[in-house]
Design a protein around this ligand. Structure first.
Ligand code: DSN
Length: 439
């Protein structure tokens, strides 16, 4: 990508500098952010293609603009391939992001209102008129691995709906299904949301479905993190038992940034109207072309081998970190990610410090709240680590064991520049042995 003949280099050297720097960063650092990946050259080409030039409001065969015949071909390919991948009845491939894929479900199925019930509204503002309370969501708490768009109070999902959260068990670090059942009976949710952005264990979709049936709730699974594994059958699929399944397309699925919303046929019309015209205008057709390309790749046998490598690498990395004395929430992982609890092992090191030190050494991770964290979100006591990107580079078990050693040394360095510089050198050697072929 970064060569001087590139039109950006020729036309806009100031902007081009950032491209060159980013290519260098991606080539020469170890990307361990669990939600990131490196797309293939074909997906990259589709994302930066002539499909960016076209408006195509509407859906295939029913557009509000002329000249959409090739848009229809591309969108139908994306739809058909997503259906084959996930075995879903209906899919909308237009959401610009995972949050919008989730919002489509809220808009289609939920009545908004106050985030508080009547009694709480009266207590908080005795003189204000009482508003209709919004429908109730039951979802995993953000600090326990959930997502902003699952009902956090600063997000539209938490501002317009009432929310009750389930948490992970303090001892096991796993979701306790008896607690979920008890909460569901108590709060009577309209929608139960499953799925997470920092949970390393298998989701028990069948048990959630049973609870949803018991309390008359709708069920939504946000599989953004584990979509790649679900697509190839290496994680159970929630599709058959859920009313809605949403995902981003850029994490383990290794496509362009974006989202999709799947649902049962009975919800198809409402979901489509919620995405357009409810939430969005013109679909990003270059992104939909790239989704089609990525879904095509995911349907090939090599993609299953890749997902198996992601899982094997996560296991190897987790075991090596534990062998070095680090503590992982729930003790390990069943998927592509793990959550390091720094309180045991490195009690004086915050997630923010660890993220900065590892960054200096060329190891890119993100600080993360851990369940029952006493520290604030910008500080945290945890680090989230994932293997999708290193697996795309072709790294395997030996490299994971090496990476675990580098992480542990960076945490033990107390930020010493010499120690981090030495690790940086070893990171560079590793990156050179496993060059990225995606640029
Ligand atoms: N922000 C994403 C993540 O990093 O997990 C979730 O949307």
């Amino acid at each position: 990508m970064a060569n001087d003949k590139n039109p950006i280099a020729q036309q806009d050297p100031e902007l081009w500098k950032a491209f060159v720097a980013e290519q260098d960063r991606q080539q020469n650092t170890l990307e361990l952010i669990a939600s990131e990946n490196h797309v293939s050259p074909a997906v990259m080409a589709a994302a930066g293609s002539l499909f960016t030039n076209k408006y195509a409001e509407g859906y295939p065969g029913r557009r509000y603009y002329g000249g959409c015949e090739n848009m229809d071909t591309v969108e139908r390919l994306a739809i058909d391939r997503a259906k084959s991948l996930f075995n879903c009845e209906h899919v909308n491939v237009q959401p610009h992001s995972g949050s919008q894929a989730n919002q489509a479900v809220l808009l289609a199925a939920m009545n908004p209102g106050s985030q508080f019930g009547e009694a709480e509204q009266r207590e908080k503002a005795p003189d204000a008129p009482v508003r209709t309370p919004g429908d109730m969501i039951l979802s995993l708490h953000l600090d326990h691995g959930g997502h902003l768009s699952h009902g956090k109070n600063v997000n539209i999902s938490g501002k317009w709906f009432r929310v009750t959260h389930y948490r992970v068990d303090r001892e096991t670090g796993r979701i306790n299904m008896s607690e979920v059942r008890a909460l569901a009976k108590e709060c009577k949710p309209k929608l139960i949301i499953t799925g997470a952005s920092a949970y390393s264990r298998i989701w028990e979709w069948d048990k959630f479905a049973e609870i949803a049936r018991e309390v008359g709730a709708l069920l939504m699974a946000d599989i953004a993190h584990i979509a790649g594994m679900v697509a190839v059958g290496l994680h159970p699929s929630p599709v058959a038992v859920s009313d809605f399944v949403t995902t981003t397309t850029h994490k383990t699925l290794r496509g362009p940034r974006g989202g999709i919303t799947m649902c049962k046929e009975a919800w198809a019309k409402k979901i489509d109207s919620a995405v357009f015209p409810g939430l969005q205008g013109g679909p990003l057709m270059h992104s939909i072309a790239a989704k089609a390309a990525a879904f095509g790749e995911a349907l090939r046998p090599e993609f299953k081998a890749y997902q198996q490598l992601v899982l094997d690498n996560a296991k190897a990395l987790a075991e090596s970190l534990v062998a070095k004395g680090l503590h992982l929430v729930s003790g390990g992982t069943d998927n592509h990610l793990m959550l390091v609890d720094l309180r045991k092992g490195y009690p004086s090191v915050t997630g923010a410090m660890a993220e900065a030190w590892l960054g200096q050494a060329g190891i890119v991770v993100n600080k993360n709240m851990i369940p029952y964290d006493e520290r604030k979100p910008m500080e945290t006591s945890g680090l989230r680590i994932g293997t999708p990107a290193l697996s795309t580079r072709g790294m395997g078990g030996d490299e994971m064991r090496k990476v675990a050693g580098l992480i542990d040394r960076a945490l033990a360095s107390a930020g010493d520049a010499n120690a981090l510089g030495k690790i940086r050198g070893e990171v560079l050697d590793l990156c050179k042995q496993f060059p990225l072929h995606t640029h």
